[in-house]
Ligand binder design. Structure first.
Ligand code: PBG
Length: 328
């Protein structure tokens, strides 16, 4: 201070749009974004009540959406299947004609050269009890029996043309099991995205409507406790040891501390999933006129990048990429 006034003035670099743009520490690029997509059986697309703007597509209606996503320059699409019939072991997940595998085939042939076609590898969309694995005689999720299902599911998805398998079931040893199955079948080319730090979260609420799944009980015996930060990093470390090509933190917004920890340590790319509930909250507030929708979307995704997410899975991927391209 001289004469009582500041010499250091942080506001200097905030004075004009040009200065702010020049010194921005984080930039979003369309290729940083991945769009999750739901594909159902049947001939009519279905809008989702709890996720305004998001629809369950049909094998036909999804084609326009992926073309639009590719034109917007996003990095990839993450596919989820919504089957008509479910059973105890999730047979539809390994059936080459199951909805997810069919959708993967269609989408990979449409845009597989332009963006990364990736698939959710988990049983919850396909089981009648809604758990991510198969149940043992005691009614609990049987970890190792589930790994056998994941191995088969991985091969079916690789066959269908998925380039990156998103392992979201939170079973111990799932990355090593899937890697082993792929390599054993001559598919060492297929990459593994581990949903490493996946928390048992209320923010997955609208996703249940999106995949029409009802859950018996809860997922707290396999997904992480929201109270635990150190454990999130440990899960990512285990997955990298098992051969994960990419690790992920999920949900994103409420777990930016975990994302920052994983990002500071990780030797592989770190992704984050802005989940259905995060989307629904901003859309609902905006629909009520309580929040500036466009600014809130941009700020929420930028914050995930700032915390260390290299790539963000978000239901706004195409819209946001289009805005970014227009230079807004
Ligand atoms: C598991 C899976 C879920 C989500 C992505 N993969 C649901 C869950 O674990 O309960 C949630 C995504 C979202 O809420 O947007 N198949």
């Amino acid at each position: 201070m001289t004469s009582g006034f500041p010499v250091v003035r942080a506001r200097r670099l905030r004075a004009t749009p040009a200065l702010r743009r020049q010194v921005a520490e984080t930039r979003l690029h369309p290729a940083d974004l991945v769009l999750p997509l739901f594909v159902r059986e049947g001939s009519e697309p279905r809008p989702l009540n709890s996720m305004p703007g998001v629809v369950q597509h049909t094998l036909d209606s999804v084609r326009g959406v992926v073309a639009e996503a590719a034109a917007a320059g996003i990095g990839g699409v993450m596919l989820f299947g919504v089957p008509e019939h479910r059973d105890a072991t999730g047979t539809g997940a390994t059936d080459p004609d199951g909805i997810l595998n069919q959708a993967t085939r269609v989408i990979a042939s449409e845009v597989g050269d332009e963006l990364v076609v990736q698939t959710d590898l988990c049983l919850d969309e396909f089981t009648d009890h809604g758990h991510c694995g198969v149940l043992g005689a005691d009614g609990r999720v049987d970890n190792d029996a589930t790994l056998l299902r994941y191995r088969d599911m991985a091969l079916a998805q690789a066959d269908a043309g998925s380039a990156l398998l998103g392992l979201s079931g939170m079973m111990d040893g799932q990355v090593a099991a899937v890697r082993d199955a792929l390599d054993g079948a001559g598919r060492s080319d297929v990459a593994v995205l581990a949903y490493s730090a996946k928390y048992a979260s209320a923010y997955y609420g609208p996703f249940r409507e999106a995949v029409e799944s009802t859950l018996t009980g809860n997922r707290r015996s396999y997904q992480l406790d929201p109270a635990n930060r150190r454990e999130g990093l440990r899960e990512a470390q285990l997955d990298v040891e098992e051969g994960a090509d990419i690790v992920m933190v999920k949900p994103a917004g409420s777990y930016l501390d975990v994302l920052a920890d994983v990002s500071a340590w990780s030797p592989v790319p770190v992704w984050a999933y802005q989940v259905s509930g995060e989307y629904a909250m901003i859309e609902a507030a905006a629909a009520n006129g309580w929040i500036d929708r466009d600014r809130a979307i941009l700020e929420s995704v930028l914050s995930i990048k700032r915390a260390g997410g290299d790539t963000v899975l978000t239901y706004w991927a195409t819209e946001l990429a289009t805005t970014l391209r227009q230079g807004a």
